[in-house]
Design a protein. Structure first.
Length: 352
């Protein structure tokens, strides 16, 4: 299978994040992507660098002002004499802050600007963040291009991930929404109704928000119940879309300890739902933090299941744009990705 990978992710590195009010080790690390790359190289996957893409594909789904902020955030931080190693918000403009007073204005202060755009304390900006995020977008679009050019499936090793980034908000380790950008790009070039299958344990709030009122992109997610797990404020079963996008969103919140059988049934429901509502390629947000030993997940999935999941997804006979999201057990992440892609290949759907 063709695999797209960018070296730019290596510059996006930091030691700590803030979770639950405490500084903890960073989970979204360089080692994640390198483990996947090594595992795929070991079995002969065709790795290639992405092509460069301009910002138009990003601003097709994201507020141009957010793009400008991310592009200049680090240089502005330094220009204002701030020498801390990471940019993390300390003040967030919650809805109640300005209730009845209108929308907030983006502050001039770098300390205020980060809180204006970033919705959590776990998604720091460092010097290499913007180049890495642009590299991940290039990976996603290059992967989509391979599929548009005739490949039945291709895999993009995106880092940083993307599915938590909304139109005008980033967080959850995500800066630009790689899957949403790829889906929009496919809509524009194919004219088809595109499906997004999100299998990360955390609900893809950003992808849902971007397409919530649109009928041309159907979003199906199976994830941990947000009543107990991040991102907490989206992903409930009664969120089905709005306006022209009503019934183009399908959420399946799953219980703690969800096992292989429970998960596979949910996946099959999601695939059937997508097949009923789309006629074009499927973009897969491939999060493997569903693994039983993942340090920030609570499902009980096993490595052999991932091959089955890949095969079931390829069994739709839809072209697949597979983009990496989460997965934080570095020791097994490469093997788990390799097994998911092997399932796609064993169906015989991949054209080199």
């Amino acid at each position: 299978m063709k695999v797209v990978h960018s070296e730019a992710h290596r510059a996006h590195t930091y030691a700590h994040e803030v979770t639950g009010g405490l500084p903890t080790r960073a989970w979204e690390t360089v080692a994640r992507a390198e483990a996947i790359r090594a595992a795929l190289e070991a079995v002969g996957h065709d790795l290639r660098a992405p092509a460069d893409h301009d910002a138009a594909a990003i601003t097709a789904v994201h507020d141009p002002a957010m793009l400008r902020y991310l592009e200049t955030a680090w240089s502005d931080w330094r220009a204002n004499g701030l020498d801390r190693a990471t940019i993390v918000p300390d003040t967030l403009p919650l809805a109640g802050y300005r209730a009845g007073m209108g929308a907030a204005t983006e502050p001039a202060s770098p300390c205020g600007r980060i809180g204006y755009w970033c919705f959590d304390t776990m998604t720091p900006i460092v010097e290499g963040t913007y180049p890495a995020a642009r590299g991940a977008v290039d990976v996603a679009l290059s992967t989509a291009s391979l599929v548009m050019d005739g490949a039945s499936a291709a895999y993009g090793l995106c880092r940083p991930p993307g599915h938590h980034a909304a139109r005008a908000m980033f967080g959850g380790y995500c800066y630009f929404n790689n899957a949403a950008i790829a889906a929009q790009w496919l809509v524009e070039r194919s004219g088809a109704r595109i499906g997004v299958l999100d299998v990360d344990i955390h609900h893809g709030n950003g992808t849902q928000q971007i397409f919530y009122d649109r009928p041309d992109v159907a979003y199906a997610s199976l994830h941990a119940d947000p009543m107990r797990m991040y991102p907490y404020f989206s992903g409930h079963a009664d969120e089905r879309g709005a306006g022209a996008g009503l019934d183009a969103t399908f959420n399946q919140p799953l219980p703690a300890g969800a096992d292989d059988t429970t998960y596979l049934r949910a996946l099959e429901r999601a695939l059937d739902w997508l097949l009923d509502r789309t006629d074009g390629p499927l973009v897969v947000s491939l999060g493997l933090d569903t693994y039983r030993d993942d340090p920030i997940g609570d499902f009980a999935l096993t490595t052999p299941l991932y091959r089955v999941c890949g095969a079931r997804t390829a069994g739709t006979r839809r072209p697949l744009v597979i983009l990496q999201e989460g997965g934080y057990d570095v020791a097994t992440l490469g093997e788990n990705v390799r097994e998911w892609l092997a399932g796609v290949e064993e169906v015989g759907s991949v054209e080199e």
